[in-house]
Design a protein around this ligand. Structure first.
Ligand SMILES: Cc1cc2nc3c(=O)[nH]c(=O)nc-3n(C[C@H](O)[C@H](O)[C@H](O)COP(=O)(O)O)c2cc1C
Length: 358
């Protein structure tokens, strides 16, 4: 198979095996509405087979960053409908990453009276408020067992809203230290109520969320992203038997659902752990080798050629190259990312990167 050959994701055809990795770009309004520049940004990148949006919050208390978009209010949903229309007008396919930020936030960002997590353990360090000032991560409220259904249902409602807005599907963000990942790691989940304490128990909530979202919008419209053994935002996961057992339990619960895809962020996607999880999952498989070194054309081409994955998620190169797939097909030069403008606030460094001439 070639990176440039078409495939399907769920029941939708995509024109190549490149996927836009979800990337938080913080260009929404203060009330979480994605405006016209957001629609333009994704539409510019619609030549990428599968677009996955930035992490989008499914409830006010789960907003992680100022400038992050939500899918809670009618105004937010209307903004996403314009994104979907703009992408579809260019022949693209777009999934929305649903991201409950868990403890990676602050009440001054959410505007709520609490932030939530599996256990009352704060991240060491600071987060940044809208005015740029730094503030220590607070101790989160440990979710009561009977509150879990509400958190699950927020994902369900968000998925329904996204699909009703014309978005092609949703990706559950269970990676990178946010709420669902916090359930998977013993460092952030010390629960004793059947949702923590063993690999199966830690995997349980993520599986329940996936089941509920599938029941609402259909498995073809639901993907999931994980990052096994990714130590980030104080979700410490050793590369050991405990981590393997947790992710095996997770995939054992997810495989029967027939999800649209499993997307994995891991430094070595060809490793035994990741390929074993892929086999256990049995469906469309997307990889990204992580933050430490930027994805290259060669890495992406080789990964598909060698059958390491069905699609490759590409992040930073697609920030700077709206026509990334065309450039990669032609082996053309690439624009470089301007680091200063990655996280906003406006169209600079967002929708103004040049396309290839001619
Ligand atoms: C600016 C930026 C924002 C990101 N935001 C998200 C996010 O919202 N959700 C997520 O799952 N990963 C996020 N990531 C991780 C990327 O999806 C990807 O895994 C990472 O950039 C490594 O891939 P690359 O080398 O192709 O850039 C982000 C990365 C960057 C650079």
């Amino acid at each position: 198979m070639s990176l440039f050959s078409p495939t399907t994701v769920g029941s939708i055809g995509v024109r190549n095996r490149v996927s836009l990795a979800p990337m938080t770009r913080l260009r929404a309004s203060a009330d979480g509405v994605p405006g016209p520049i957001v629609a333009k940004y994704y539409a510019q990148r619609a030549g990428i087979g599968l677009l996955v949006t930035e992490g989008v919050f499914p409830s006010a208390e789960s907003k992680a960053y100022p400038g992050q978009p939500g899918i809670v209010t009618d105004e937010q949903a209307a903004g996403w409908a314009k994104v979907a229309d703009a992408v579809h007008a260019e022949g693209g396919v777009v999934f929305m990453q649903l991201m409950n930020g868990g403890r990676v936030t602050h009440t001054d960002i959410t505007g709520t009276d609490r932030i939530v997590a599996p256990s009352a353990i704060a991240i060491e360090g600071d987060t940044r408020l809208a005015d740029g000032s730094k503030v220590a991560f607070p101790v989160p409220h440990a979710l009561e067992t009977d509150e879990l259904a509400t958190i699950r249902d927020e994902f369900v409602t968000a998925a329904r809203r996204a699909v009703d807005a014309g978005i092609d599907g949703v990706e559950l963000h269970s990676a990178n230290g946010y709420l669902l990942h916090e359930f998977l790691s013993p460092a952030s989940n010390q629960r004793t109520d059947g949702y923590g304490g063993s690999p199966e128990a830690r995997a349980r909530f993520v599986i329940e969320v996936a089941q509920a979202v599938v029941a609402e919008v259909g498995a073809d419209r639901v993907g999931i992203r994980i990052s096994p053994a990714h130590n980030i935002q104080d979700v410490w996961e050793k590369d050991d038997a405990e981590t393997r057992a947790t992710y095996e339990a997770l995939i054992a619960g997810l495989a029967p659902l027939g999800l649209a895809y499993l997307s994995v962020l891991h430094g070595d996607p060809a490793s035994d752990l990741i390929q074993d999880l892929r086999r256990a999952f049995g469906g469309t498989f997307i990889v990204n080798s992580g933050f430490s070194k930027m994805t290259t054309r060669e890495e992406a081409v080789t990964a598909v050629d060698e059958g390491i994955a069905d699609l490759i998620a590409v992040g930073r190169p697609a920030i700077a190259n709206p026509d990334l797939v065309t450039r990669w097909e032609q082996n053309a030069d690439e624009n470089e990312v301007d680091q200063a403008s990655v996280y906003g606030p406006d169209e600079r460094g967002y929708t103004d990167y040049p396309f290839l001439q001619g």
